[in-house]
Design a binder for this molecule. Structure first.
Ligand code: PXG
Length: 470
């Protein structure tokens, strides 16, 4: 089937593209064989918060691509900035005492918008590379300080920090660790601060302190003089939008300070306005030493990531470290930096941080919480423009008494299917349904999205009844 919605307006032959795709394209985090059997959906165009596929179906993108298209689709000013930079200097490296104009400007801009005490940035091509950089950088930091035994990095179960070997090791996903030998030595994990999963019988605040104490216990078990750093996402994203209790991060900070352990905030999802601020660490009471970023820095228009390096680390590496033997061909890529500068200008000029913090996040919080009245929904919560709800078989008096579905049924995937088929992109993490919509979404569009979600929950409910699962 063809239609006129392809890039540049040309017709897209869906079957032909699917055929090429299954014959040659190995997709990320995908069961290749089953995708080949069903055929991939071919996305061809985006505008604002909407996407169109090659069959002309319009979809509300509740996931901002993959947590990244913060300024929405169709921004011709980013395309223009990229075009200008490509026509002027498409590439030059930053290795041999050279720099380029957008990289230097972007580094200065990031220093301006990052928390106090962050004057330096290390550019990479992705969030995974940025976290690999963190692993090498914190270990190097301790080597330069004469403590080479401080090598271990503590992360958390169900964290997502990327897919390169080191980043997959930092990640705490059992499915990833089951393949290919991750985690590598020197990376260990503690439990995640999931109140729903582990907080039964406790107040949220008490659970936050309890979950943070697992870090102290791990540091003491390993010996503080062997621990280089702790890494965590302020709000876990890919793990299912897990919003920690308010007491959690201040206590984590206190423990890191007590033992001199470096704190890495992975803000690949939480940064660049997603939670209503350039960076969310301060919102949670964290003063990190390093901040990982990617995704929203360019709104995904061009790949880019990096590490904001706080003064504690930067001063040691700059003044005493000599050459840091690490880097990527595309560190400080001029085209990516030009895209990031224009993306940041848009966020500033359109007041998107203020809009999220003051208007749309509070509206989403109210509207999303209403979904908990649906018979299929247990707990539903949001933070900034990320939100998640649990699909449950039956509701109890308190969230911990909600009755789950048998995970083997794959109810989340059934629900996701109804969403996809009805113009709504919502991701399933097990039986938790999550969203992270573009920051440009206004209140009327939030209402439209909630309406679509509720409709698809109704369809899922009827489907599960018909299957005899309810
Ligand atoms: N840190 C965090 C917190 C992330 O969410 C990365 C690092 C890695 O970034 P790159 O650019 O290397 O992909 C991520 C990426 C999902 C999903 O299923 C999430 C991500 C990537 C792929 C899938 O939600 N986040």
């Amino acid at each position: 089937m063809t239609n006129p919605d392809g890039a540049g307006g040309q017709q897209v032959d869906t079957a032909a593209i699917q055929k090429l795709d299954s014959a040659h394209y190995l997709h990320p985090f995908t069961d290749f064989k089953s995708l080949n059997a069903s055929g991939a959906r071919v996305m061809v165009r985006g505008e604002g918060i909407y996407l169109w596929d090659s069959n002309g179906n319009k979809t509300l993108d509740g996931m901002s691509g993959l947590w990244c298209v913060n300024v929405g689709y169709g921004r011709t000013s980013i395309a223009d900035a990229v075009h200008r930079q490509m026509a002027t200097l498409p590439f030059y490296n930053s290795f041999f005492n050279t720099t380029n104009v957008p990289a230097a400007r972007l580094a200065a801009k990031l220093a301006e918008i990052s928390p106090p005490g962050f004057e330096h940035v290390y550019f990479t091509g992705s969030g995974s590379e940025a976290n690999d950089t963190n692993v090498r950088m914190v270990r190097r930091y301790w080597e330069v300080l004469g403590c080479p035994e401080r090598q271990i990095i503590i992360s958390r179960d169900n964290a997502y920090h990327g897919s390169t070997v080191a980043a997959a090791s930092l990640s705490g996903m059992s499915g990833m660790h089951a393949q290919g030998g991750a985690p590598i030595p020197g990376i260990v994990h503690i439990g995640q601060p999931s109140y729903l999963e582990s907080g039964r019988g406790m107040s949220e605040d008490a659970f936050g302190i309890e979950a943070a104490s697992w870090l102290e216990a791990k540091i003491l078990a390993l010996g503080a003089d062997r621990v280089a750093a702790f890494i965590g996402e302020p709000v876990q994203g890919a793990g299912g939008v897990i919003i920690p209790p308010a007491t959690y991060w201040p206590e984590i900070q206190r423990i890191c300070d007590k033992y001199g352990v470096l704190l890495i905030a992975d803000e690949v999802i939480c940064g660049f306005g997603r939670l209503g601020a350039w960076f969310s660490s301060a919102l949670f009471g964290i003063k990190p030493d390093l901040i990982t970023f990617a995704k929203g820095v360019t709104s995904g228009y061009v790949p880019m990531g990096g590490v904001l390096v706080g003064d504690r680390v930067a001063e040691v590496l700059i003044e005493r470290g000599g050459e840091f033997a690490h880097g990527f061909t595309y560190s400080g890529h001029p085209v990516a930096c030009a895209a990031a500068l224009e993306n940041i200008r848009i966020i500033e000029d359109e007041g998107l941080l203020q809009q999220v913090a003051g208007v749309t996040a509070p509206h989403l919080k109210r509207r999303f919480a209403e979904l908990a009245s649906h018979p299929l929904v247990g707990h539903a919560d949001s933070c900034g423009l990320v939100a998640g709800l649990n699909l449950v078989r039956a509701k109890g008096q308190v969230v911990h008494d909600d009755e789950s579905f048998d995970p083997a049924l794959g109810v989340g995937m059934v629900c996701r299917g109804h969403m996809f088929d009805n113009g709504m992109i919502m991701r399933a993490v097990g039986d938790r349904m999550i969203i992270a919509p573009p920051l440009v979404m206004d209140c009327a569009q939030i209402d439209e999205m909630i309406g679509r979600i509720r409709h698809c929950l109704d369809l899922t409910y009827a489907d599960l009844q018909a299957r005899g699962w309810l």
